[in-house]
Design a protein around this ligand. Structure first.
Ligand code: NAD
Ligand code: DAU
Length: 338
């Protein structure tokens, strides 16, 4: 029997990579993609799977409780993989409301529908940002205290706790994953790596927040998605699983490497006003996920970054389309005052 997955946010960066992977390599799964198509959702990301008989798309908003209840009641998915979110920290600082609504209330609507309709598995995709900034040499395992700093990370922490409460209280088989910073093709060019690649390719300034010595742990998006597939099969209900790339680098070093690959000068880097509440360092331990699933990240950062730069070089039309309209307004709002 095929396993029916309801994937939320499947038109975004990681959700679309997950769907492409599952349709390409894991034939036991059928996918129904539920996405509102916000500025970050793009059906072009799913062109490779749109004709597959194992894939369907429904446009909808996870914050509309009645719609979500009806959809899950009618479709009766075996499992939900929940990516849909407002995912950008800077936008959450400029405008927290949609972030709280989608990330907290939207997650509630899905959990409630899953509970009422007896969905057998609920994978809540979350982030290492919930642990907040860690001093050297600390690394967060899954029991580390939550200290989110931004409206985005606080909303994700809230949704994590809500999801886990549905396991404790209602025995809904929920589990939570917390991944580090993803990068790769199809990432919206508001996040560090695609923004710097796109600006460098056009000889535009590369805005480094503050001193640029903030540290992030980089994970190639397909490595993240493979961990999620493994956890979908092997993850234990009620548990949390960290998914890291095991490669910590300061932002300046990441940007330097992008400039080296694109053959552009370091003088393109400009220091701009820092992000308010900017987390200095993220670091997680992923041993639990590795031990329970056999997963390990396998894309080396240099190789993944080269591949990502090449993808943006070869997909100028995609970049032009996603950067038209709303993106211009956001860019002006976020960067003009810095
Ligand atoms: P993204 O912004 O690229 O995509 C989000 C998707 O959700 C979009 O397709 C958007 O249209 C959809 N969406 C937003 N609001 C919705 C709503 N109300 N109803 C239905 N659909 C809605 O995000 P991403 O980077 O792919 O992140 C996906 C998930 O992974 C998020 O939950 C994020 O918190 C988590 N995560 C991201 C990273 C990262 O580095 N990008 C790392 C760890 C965890
Ligand atoms: O850690 C996982 C998280 O990683 C995810 O949960 C989030 O969805 C994702 O957006 C990401 O959050 P970050 O804030 O770490 O990612 P971002 O790409 O926005 O920024 C990475 C670092 O680069 C951060 O220290 C801020 C800095 N930065 C970012 C931008 C966009 C700059 O210096 N200049 C910029 O223009």
């Amino acid at each position: 029997m095929p396993v029916k997955l309801l994937v939320t946010g499947g038109a975004g960066f990681i959700g679309s990579a997950f769907i492409r992977l599952v349709i390409r390599e894991f034939r036991q799964y059928q996918v129904l993609n539920l996405d509102k198509l916000t500025y970050a959702g793009n059906l072009e990301n799913l062109a490779a799977v749109q004709d597959s008989p194992r894939y369907r798309f429904v446009r909808g908003d996870i914050t509309e409780l009645d719609f979500v209840l009806d959809l899950i009641g009618q479709e009766k998915p075996d499992a939900i993989v929940h990516f849909a979110a407002e995912s950008h920290v800077d936008r959450s600082i400029l405008s927290p409301e949609p972030v709280v609504r989608t990330n907290v209330f939207g997650t509630y609507a899905l959990l409630e529908a899953a509970r009422r309709h007896g969905v057998g598995r609920f994978l809540h995709v979350s982030t290492d940002e919930v642990y907040g900034s860690l001093e050297e040499p600390f690394e967060a395992d899954e029991n580390y205290p939550l200290r989110p700093s931004s409206p985005y990370s606080a909303s994700k922490a809230g949704s994590d706790l809500l999801a886990l409460s549905y396991f404790t209280t209602f025995k809904l088989p929920v589990f939570v994953t917390r991944a580090s910073n993803n990068y790769g093709p199809y990432q919206f060019p508001e996040k560090l790596i695609p923004l710097m690649i796109c600006n460098a390719l056009e000889d535009k300034p590369l805005p480094i927040y503050g001193d640029g010595m903030q540290v992030r742990d980089w994970l190639f998006v397909d490595d993240h998605c493979r961990a999620l597939v493994a956890l979908l099969e092997k993850g234990r209900p009620g548990e949390i699983y960290n998914v890291g790339g095991s490669l910590a680098l300061p932002n300046r070093e990441v940007v330097r490497r992008i400039l080296a690959i694109t053959g552009k000068p370091e003088t393109l880097m400009v220091s701009v006003k820092d992000r308010p509440g900017h987390d200095r360092r993220y670091a997680i331990r992923s041993e639990k996920t590795m031990q329970e699933t056999g997963w390990a990240p396998c894309v080396d950062f240099s190789e993944g970054l080269r591949l990502t730069v090449r993808w943006y070089q070869e997909h100028g039309d995609w970049v032009r389309r996603v950067r038209s309209g709303e993106y211009q307004r956001y860019y002006e709002l976020n960067y003009a005052g810095r």
